[in-house]
Ligand binder design. Structure first.
Ligand SMILES: Cc1cc2nc3c(=O)[nH]c(=O)nc-3n(C[C@H](O)[C@H](O)[C@H](O)COP(=O)(O)OP(=O)(O)OC[C@H]3O[C@@H](n4cnc5c(N)ncnc54)[C@H](O)[C@@H]3O)c2cc1C
Length: 400
């Protein structure tokens, strides 16, 4: 599956930070982690710290899947509003999932600090605005439900939004919890650091076949075998092809960055902004003083990655930003497109699947893939310890 267009910003900005050998001999380990994007980096970190002899394998260069195309907004608000999620899985469950989002932003922040990972991590507030007059009432309901459950939220009127952000918008919810980072850089740096601690990493190694009956035997395109006790799939959106039942809708999503030194940088630098229209638009600043915008999703087809559509969508996003910020001087530097998987409830799939014994999946689909992957660190250790008692494992299970 094509995961993105070639010119994803983070890859252009950073280049390939580290290269690893391909697997070139038969080998064995406790746990094989397939996929070396941000999910594989986080999960292998947790496994290594827990004392598992761990091997990471990727068919591409490390980090060059979706993790090089992401806009990396870390929000606790998932794609499904708390009010709707409460209808789907009950209020208690919905609140648990939302709180887990806040906890994972804290966990990631602590990890970045502890490991001193240079990845542009910035704590931010998160502003979610109504796209239309019609949408205000339901957003207010959302605000009240979050407030009832102790989330740190503030209701901002159009005037207040105008004063703080020079933004012409309907009212919205300002939340205290949020952050952003360069996920590509983070994944590279964490993997590299853990390689120094004994993590074995192989890139450009494709998997031809897996025998899941214990011990798990993974056959690679080079003709080698990796034997392990368990395999953890951190293989991103491509994983949808493995399942008989559809688990997500794949869409193409679009993103672009402005030139540096954006004129409204100081007003916008501390806040993630999300206009809840359909199609939605969201934005944040980068640590090198640009505005990063995303949205305009369309169903995923090959032509989603053509220059023509990509440029057209970039222009639409720019026009929307100019409407929202009448005083902005926005000049595009790069635009790109990527595949993106949406689940029916906005929640990820983290757990075991009956068709694949001895495998665990960490599939952080939806707009909060990164915070879901952070939650996967703890949940994978629980699954390996055969502790099924975490409510998130119920909410994130397959066949739910
Ligand atoms: C434009 C865009 C904007 C986004 N914005 C946000 C956002 O604001 N916030 C957010 O949280 N998320 C966002 N996402 C989603 C986020 O990017 C993903 O959740 C995240 O990058 C997934 O990381 P990953 O490591 O699971 O997948 P990937 O980075 O795709 O890594 C998976 C890796 O697995 C490898 N692989 C796959 N199959 C195999 C195999 N069989 N054998 C070996 N290796 C294999 C691939 O080569 C790849 O490197 C966005 C995504 C896009 C495209």
């Amino acid at each position: 599956m094509k995961l993105r267009t070639p010119e994803s910003f983070w890859l252009l900005k950073n280049g390939i930070l580290h290269s690893y050998p391909s697997l070139n001999e038969d080998s064995s380990c406790d746990i094989a982690v397939l996929g070396a994007g941000i999910t594989g980096a986080l999960i292998s970190h947790a496994l290594l710290r827990a004392g598992y002899d761990t091997v990471v394998i990727d068919r591409r260069d490390v980090g060059t899947g979706s993790s090089s195309a992401t806009t990396s907004m870390l929000q606790y608000e998932i794609d499904t509003p708390l009010t709707q999620l409460a209808e789907m899985i009950g209020e208690e469950g919905a609140v648990t999932c939302y709180r887990a989002g806040i906890e994972s932003i804290r966990t990631l922040h602590a990890l970045v600090e502890k490991e001193q990972i240079d990845c542009g991590f910035e704590l931010k507030q998160s502003l979610q605005v109504s796209h239309s007059t019609k949408g205000i009432a339901s957003l207010k309901e959302e605000y009240l439900l979050r407030k009832k459950h102790g989330f740190q939220v503030e209701w901002l009127t159009s005037e207040e939004i105008g004063q703080r952000y020079q933004m012409a918008s309907h009212p919205g919810i300002l939340s205290a919890a949020g952050a952003s980072l360069d996920a590509f850089q983070f994944a590279h740096r964490l993997l590299y650091r853990n390689q120094q601690r004994g993590l074995r990493i192989y890139d450009h190694t494709d998997i031809l076949k897996i025998d899941y009956q214990g011990p798990v035997v993974i056959e690679t395109d080079g003709g080698y075998r990796l034997t392990c006790k368990r395999v953890v799939f951190c293989t991103g959106f491509e994983t949808v092809k493995m399942f008989r039942k559809k688990i997500a809708d794949i869409v193409t999503t679009f993103a672009l960055v402005s030139e540096q030194e954006l004129n409204l940088y100081d007003q916008l630098k501390d806040t993630l902004i999300w206009d809840t229209g359909d199609p939605y638009i969201y934005m944040r600043t980068t640590d090198d003083r640009r505005l990063l915008i995303g949205g305009e999703d369309v169903p995923h087809k090959y032509n989603g990655f053509t220059d023509k559509l990509k440029n057209k969508k970039a222009n639409t996003l720019i026009a929307k930003v100019r409407q929202l910020f009448p005083t902005i001087r926005f000049t595009e530097d790069y635009n790109w497109a990527g595949a993106f998987g949406n689940t029916k409830d906005g929640l990820p799939y983290i757990g075991e699947h009956p068709d694949f014994p001895n495998a665990i999946f960490v599939l952080g689909f939806g707009g909060n893939g990164i915070t879901f992957s952070v939650q996967g660190m703890r949940l994978v250790l629980k699954l390996l310890a055969r502790e099924q008692n975490d409510p998130l494992l119920t909410h994130y299970r397959f066949n739910r």
